[in-house]
Design a binder for this molecule. Sequence first.
Ligand SMILES: [Zn+2]
Length: 253
Amino acid sequence: MAYTPGQFHQDQSIANVLDDVARAHRILELEGHGDMSMGHLSYRDPFGRGLWLKRGNLALSEVVGDDFILIDFDGNVLEGTGLRHLEWPLHAEIMRARPDVNVVGHSHAHHSTVFAATDQELGPYNNHGVWFAEHGVPRFTDTSHIITTVELGVEVAKQLGDAEAILLRNHGIAFVGDDVIEATLAGIFLEKAARFQLDLLSAGVAYELPDPAESIEKRRRIYPPKAQQNYWMYFNRKLERVEALQGIGIAQL
Ligand SMILES: [Zn+2]
């Protein structure tokens, strides 16, 4: 796979977004999504050529702006060097099915993956769960295997529907957004909501599902674009403080 300088280096707008997508990887590691060199985000190429996918053999905490390869929707590598993650069809098929989605993430975040292994429905039991109040979080149970075929990718995308995330039973999660901020918050909030609900379940006390209509209204009220930007900046400041002390590539706090 010979590297030829192409659009990536010619178009600063893509490079700028990929810097943010790289930061999103490192933020997600800080927020409990790290699992050795597994997990990856992708960004839809604005010129319609395909998607920019994190390359393989790197931890989430190690990703910088140059660590992306451009693949088309059939998985052909168009630009960049390094390994193509086996689960590229997960990204390609979600983007094919969801024109509104520009960023897709996949990880094995611990609490979300524990939650995915249960038969419980994720609910808006705290503010983080409210992110998913409108569409819920479906659970993909066709296989516990990784999503390495187009057929499985198509099925995950179909079952994701209009939702912001999907649980992959005995495997992990996928989460999406129309930009890097939305996708990152979806990943972080799913992990926090799953942890909260597991705590709730293990407390062994009675609890009730909050009113669904109220939860949808609450979602609109507490997560307007301005608030999303505010939380994104918070997570970036947190990342900068950690990296100022430890550099890029930390495994855990
Ligand atoms: Zn996986």
